[in-house]
Design a protein around this ligand. Structure first.
Ligand SMILES: [Fe+2]
Length: 316
């Protein structure tokens, strides 16, 4: 029985080899704003109230350092901890107070069955709504992880953290923790690694203005503009300076818990508007394929080996 559920997606942590360069990109081009800098770490916010939607940490090489989810209160954090522990998760930091100068709150850390770092917290400071500019992201809206133990990962997120299963395709599993169709998805492939992270834009015009700013700064749209099958969200994908894939997205399907029915792989196999409901988005660039594979493959054999990865990702 599931006693507690996470209630939202907060932020991702990325290790980057050049903190100043990464910060300049996310600040000036991607459209986030600095919140607090502590030593080798910078936290950045979107235009929404979440304290930070991205954490950059100076590291020798680009590394995915984890994903943070929200819980309702201290009691929920404790319940989620117990639930995760009972499920077999490895607890790496027991529930406790979080650094006051980084938004505070109460939380714990663990690793998923495949070793992905996962954090849960409550009572983190909320910010006044930020500078309103619809060309800038409001929040982190989903994270997609590459997984070689997908069934175990899926069970962990559903049974230990209380996610609900929104959709399955042959190669992907979509789960939600809010009314957004998915806050997390898993790709059945080599893992563990991060496939991509997606930031929400207020509307399509804002998304296009953001994409235009990226283009003006030398970042090609590597896939899109298009509208996905599962989730119905509008997408544009980019490769950021550290090699991570980052997405501007908008208009994701809002799930009504009372009426929503999950679709299975058979449904999506026969869905006519796939991978783009508009028939607009062609294939992603080879560069994107390599980056989505999460750095697990080298440039030399990237095309051959990542065909499989991307066929799976695109099958959504
Ligand atoms: Fe996405």
């Amino acid at each position: 029985m599931i006693n507690a559920r996470v209630t939202g997606l907060r932020n991702v942590e990325l290790g980057v080899p050049d903190l100043d360069k990464a910060a300049a990109f996310y600040r000036n081009v991607w459209g986030l704003e600095d919140v607090v800098s502590t030593g080798d770490t910078l936290h950045l916010r979107g235009t929404g109230a979440e304290h930070h939607v991205l954490t950059l940490r100076q590291r020798p090489k680009a590394t995915f350092l984890g994903v943070h989810f929200a819980a309702a209160n201290h009691a929920a954090v404790n319940k989620l901890h117990d639930q995760a522990k009972a499920h077999g998760a490895t607890i790496t930091s027991a529930p406790g107070a979080l650094p006051r100068d980084e938004g505070g709150g109460y939380g714990f850390a663990m690793t998923s069955p495949e070793g992905q770092p996962v954090f849960v917290s409550s009572d983190v400071d909320r910010l006044d709504v930020g500078r309103q500019d619809h060309s800038r992201p409001t929040k982190l809206t989903h994270v997609v992880l590459n997984s070689s133990k997908t069934d175990a990962e899926l069970a962990f997120f559903i049974e230990a953290l209380g996610f609900r299963h929104s959709d399955s395709t042959d190669m992907m599993e979509f789960v939600r923790c809010t009314s957004d169709h998915h806050s997390l998805a898993l790709v059945r492939t080599e893992g563990p690694s991060i496939n991509h992270m997606a930031y929400e834009m207020t509307d399509i015009d804002g998304l296009m203005r953001g994409a235009g700013r990226m283009k003006q700064n030398g970042f090609n749209v590597e896939w899109g503009l298009g509208r996905h099958g599962p989730g119905n969200n509008v997408f544009t994908y980019f490769v950021e300076p550290n090699g991570f894939v980052t997405e501007y997205t908008t208009d994701v399907e809002q799930v009504d818990e009372a009426t929503y029915t999950k679709h299975d792989a058979e449904f999506w196999r026969n869905f006519p508007g796939r991978p783009c409901r508009w028939g607009m988005a062609g294939h992603p660039s080879n560069r994107l394929k390599v980056a989505m594979a999460g750095g697990l493959i080298g440039e030399a054999d990237a095309d051959a080996r990542c065909e499989d990865v991307m066929a799976k990702t695109l099958a959504r």
